[in-house]
Design a protein around this ligand. Structure first.
Ligand SMILES: [Zn+2]
Ligand SMILES: [Zn+2]
Length: 279
């Protein structure tokens, strides 16, 4: 069965996110657990968490993923920022447990001058401090590699996976990896990129696809998402990803723009249209 959804807002009440997803035709999705541009963290109340869990248990919208807020950076050389980042990431784990959400998606980190190797080590050390238990899996998202961002190469993702002792998996963001230089614009290119992914990270570790087209070209290192099929990955690339034997059973979560061209509902519809034998 095709699993597709978008990143939705939690405004009003957490469980509203599940309603929003249903309303636009999604059957999986993603949320921020609080405002992504701030450090302030309002823990969901017991009542709110209970309402969310009750709706989530229906499984008609599943899985839901928490995307970590934008500010935390586990690879930073700045002490103050690092402490806040680790604390915030630990809180995300607590929220996920409280909501019975299995996946927390994180951007590995930006080293801002510390150097790649030290940055990666710091990320690994930090992740090993999280108490994920059996219930929570930290998904490392592939990045575009802009600036000093880590996690742009499959080798780096693989190193983090191999050296962490907690439960981890991987989110392949199609826009980011394309911008990082992994071609996804044709059937052949998708297969070659997946071969490379498999021989480094291992497809067994791939849990989620962030399905986004890219405004900028292959290897541009620029992270700008575009509507499905309308970017540089394009229609052929998107169809090849959505129908690929090795990807088709994974959840596809869209983080596409909403503007006069299209909204979330239309992008979900496009994915369904691109899926062969969709019913
Ligand atoms: Zn992301
Ligand atoms: Zn992005």
């Amino acid at each position: 069965m095709l699993k597709v959804g978008v990143h939705v807002s939690i405004s009003g009440d957490l469980f509203r996110a599940i309603d929003r997803e249903r309303e636009i035709g999604g059957n999986c999705g993603q949320i921020f657990s609080h405002s992504p541009r701030g450090w302030s963290f309002t823990f969901p109340s017991n009542e709110e968490a209970k309402n969310f869990r009750r709706k989530y248990r229906n499984k008609d919208v599943n899985p839901f993923v928490i995307h970590e807020a934008y500010l935390p950076n586990l690879a930073t050389p700045k002490d103050e920022l690092y402490k806040k980042s680790l604390k915030a990431t630990k809180k995300e784990v607590e929220v996920a447990k409280k909501l019975d959400i299995r996946y927390i998606n994180i951007h590995p980190g930006t080293h801002t001058g510390l150097g790649e190797s030290k940055g990666l080590k710091k990320i690994i050390r930090s992740l090993n401090k999280l108490e994920t238990g059996d219930g929570v899996i930290i998904l490392l998202e592939t990045t575009s590699g802009s600036g000093t961002m880590l996690g742009y190469s499959f080798e780096q993702i693989s190193k983090i996976l191999n050296e962490t002792t907690i439960n981890t998996g991987v989110t392949l963001d199609t826009c980011h990896s394309f911008a990082a230089g992994y071609d996804l614009s044709s059937k052949k290119a998708v297969n070659e990129t997946l071969d490379e992914f498999d021989s480094t990270v291992g497809l067994d570790n791939l849990e989620l696809i962030h399905l986004n087209d890219s405004k900028h070209g292959l290897g541009s290192k620029k992270d700008r998402h575009e509507h499905i099929g309308l970017g540089k990955i394009g229609e052929e690339g998107m169809k090849s990803i959505i129908n690929n034997e090795r990807l088709r059973d994974l959840p596809f979560v869209l983080e596409t723009p909403e503007n006069s061209k299209r909204g979330d509902k239309e992008n979900i519809q496009k994915v369904k249209e691109f899926r062969e034998n969709y019913n």
